[in-house]
Design a protein around this ligand. Structure first.
Ligand code: NAD
Length: 402
C-alpha cells in the first residue's frame, strides 16, 4: 500500500495529467546481473536493480537491499516510496533504491565484501557522479557502506558509513529514533495516553526494530513482544531490551529462545492486544490473512510497505489508525542528509544534534499531517501523501518540468 494511488488523491487536490505522468513513470531503471567467481569452483549470478523514481528534488537517495525476494517491481515501489519520503521531510533528495536478489545470510563476511565491490563496479559512474547515493537497507550494513566508500574515496557518495570513516554519529539508530518519535506522538495525540506504560509489539529486531524498541523502552513503554525470522518472544511485564541486544547482537541473530520471555506463534503475535503494533521487518505482513486478527489501537509502519491494500481496507474498517512508512521511518534518510551535507562541507554533528534534528522534523511534520487529516476527514496516509505531493508538484513546476 505505502502510497495512496494518485487517482484517489485527486479527490483532495488537483493533480494534472502531466504531473501524474511524471510521478508514475520511474525516470531511470538499471538492471544487471551481478556475476562473480566467488570461489575457485563457484560462480554466482544474481539479478540486481538500481531505480530512480523521481529526482526533481535532488539526487536519487535510497538504500541497497540484499534479499532473496528482491524483484524489479519491489525495487520500483521502494524507490517511489523514497520520492514521497524525501519530499515529505523536505530534504533535497529524489527517490531511489537498489536491490540484489541474494541471500545476505548465506554469505560469509569475505564473500559479502566481494559482492558489494562487484555491485560498485557495475554502477560506478552513477555513484561517482553522485546521481545515486546509497545507504543500508535490509540485508546491508554500515560495513558494506564502508566497502563502497573504499572503492570510491568520495565520502558524499554513500551514507550510513561507520562513524570513524565519515559516518554520522546516530545514523545507526536514526530510523528507530524516528519511528519511536512518531510512535510517541501517535500515542500522545491520537490515542491520548502516556507513552510510559503503553504496550508495544515490534516485528523485526534488525536495525529498525531494535532501535525502535530501545528508544521506546527508554521512554518507559513496555515492549511486550518481538517477532523476527527465527520466532517470537513475549513478556507481559515488558521485555528487557538491553538484554535482548546481548542475546541477539546483529540482524542475523534471532530473539527466539530468549529466557526473559516466553515463545508465541507469529499468528498470536499479530493478534496481541497492545497499544501499538510496529511492523519493522518485511513488506505486506498486514494482509487479508493477518489484518482481521489485529487488535492493536495504532499501527506505526517501521518497515517499508508492510500493509497490503487488502490489509489496509480491513484495518480501516476496524478503525485502526496507521502512521505510514514514508513518514514514520524517515529518520534514517533525514540523518543520511546530514551525513551527506557534512561530507560536502567538512562540518561535524554530534549524536545529540542528530537526534534533535530527527525529532524536530518528525514532530513538525506529524503536526502538519495531523491537522490536514482532520481537515480532509481522511487517514494519515492520505494526509502525508497530500503534503508530499504538493512539494513534488511545486518543485516540478519550479524546474519547468510541467
Ligand atoms: P535488517 O536486515 O537489519 O533486519 C531485518 C529484520 O527482519 C531481522 O530482525 C529479521 O529477523 C526480520 N525478518 C526477516 N524475515 C522475517 C520474517 N519472515 N518474519 C519476521 N521477521 C523477519 O533490516 P532493517 O534495516 O531493519 O529494515 C527493516 C525494514 O525497514 C525494511 O522494510 C526496510 O526497507 C525498512 N527501512 C530500513 C531503514 C534503515 O535505515 N535500515 C530505513 C527505512 C526503512
Amino acid at each position: 500500500m505505502a502510497l495512496i494511488p494518485l487517482d484517489k488523491m485527486k479527490q483532495y487536490m488537483e493533480i494534472s495529467n502531466a504531473a501524474e505522468m511524471l510521478l508514475t513513470h520511474p525516470e531511470k531503471e538499471i538492471k544487471f546481473s551481478l556475476n562473480l567467481k566467488i570461489a575457485p569452483d563457484t560462480i554466482i549470478c544474481h539479478d540486481a536493480y538500481v531505480i530512480y523514481h523521481n529526482v526533481v528534488l535532488g539526487p536519487a537517495k535510497g538504500g541497497i537491499r540484499f534479499s532473496p525476494t528482491v524483484t524489479v517491481d519491489e525495487t520500483r515501489k521502494l524507490a517511489e516510496i523514497m520520492t514521497y519520503k524525501n519530499a515529505l521531510m523536505r530534504i533535497p533528495f529524489g527517490g531511489g533504491k537498489s536491490g540484489v536478489c541474494i541471500d545476505p545470510y548465506a554469505l560469509d563476511d569475505f564473500r559479502k565484501v566481494a559482492v558489494v565491490k562487484e555491485f560498485v563496479h557495475m554502477i560506478r559512474e552513477e555513484l561517482v557522479a553522485g546521481h545515486y547515493v546509497p545507504a543500508p537497507d535490509m540485508g546491508t550494513t554500515p560495513t558494506d557502506m564502508a566497502v563502497i566508500y573504499g572503492e570510491l574515496h568520495k565520502s558524499e557518495c554513500v551514507t550510513g558509513k561507520p562513524v570513524r570513516i565519515g559516518g554520522l554519529p546516530g545514523r545507526l539508530e536514526a530510523t528507530g529514533r524516528g519511528v519511536s518519535c512518531a510512535t510517541r506522538l501517535g500515542i500522545e495525540r491520537i490515542l491520548k495516553r502516556k507513552v510510559a506504560g503503553s504496550k508495544i509489539a515490534v516485528q523485526g529486531f534488525g536495525n529498525v526494530g531494535r532501535w525502535t524498541a530501545f528508544f521506546l523502552s527508554e521512554m518507559g513503554a513496555k515492549v511486550v513482544a518481538i517477532n523476527d525470522r527465527g520466532g517470537s518472544v513475549y513478556n507481559r511485564a515488558g521485555l528487557n531490551v538491553m538484554k535482548l541486544f546481548d542475546y541477539a547482537p546483529t540482524s542475523r541473530d534471532s530473539v527466539s529462545g530468549f529466557s526473559g520471555g516466553e515463545p508465541i506463534s507469529q499468528s498470536d503475535f499479530f493478534g496481541m492486544e497492545v497499544d501499538v503494533l510496529i511492523p519493522a521487518a518485511l513488506e505486506n505482513v498486514l494482509n487479508s490473512e493477518t489484518a482481521p486478527k489485529v487488535r492493536t489501537k495504532l499501527i506505526v509502519e517501521g518497515a517499508n510497505d508492510p500493509t497490503s491494500a487488502d490489509g489496509e481496507k480491513i484495518l480501516k474498517k476496524n478503525g485502526i489508525p496507521i502512521l505510514p512508512d514514508f513518514f514514520a521511518n524517515a529518520g534514517g534518510v533525514v540523518a543520511s542528509y546530514i551525513e551527506w551535507r557534512n561530507a560536502k562541507s567538512g562540518n561535524q554533528t554530534s549524536k545529540q544534534e542528530v537526534f534533535e534534528f530527527i525529532d524536530a522534523k518528525i514532530e513538525t511534520i506529524f503536526h502538519e499531517g495531523f491537522t490536514i487529516a482532520k481537515k480532509m476527514k481522511a487517514g494519515y496516509r492520505e494526509a502525508f501523501s497530500y503534503i508530499a505531493l504538493n512539494e513534488l508538484i511545486k518543485a516540478m513546476e519550479e524546474r519547468a518540468w510541467l
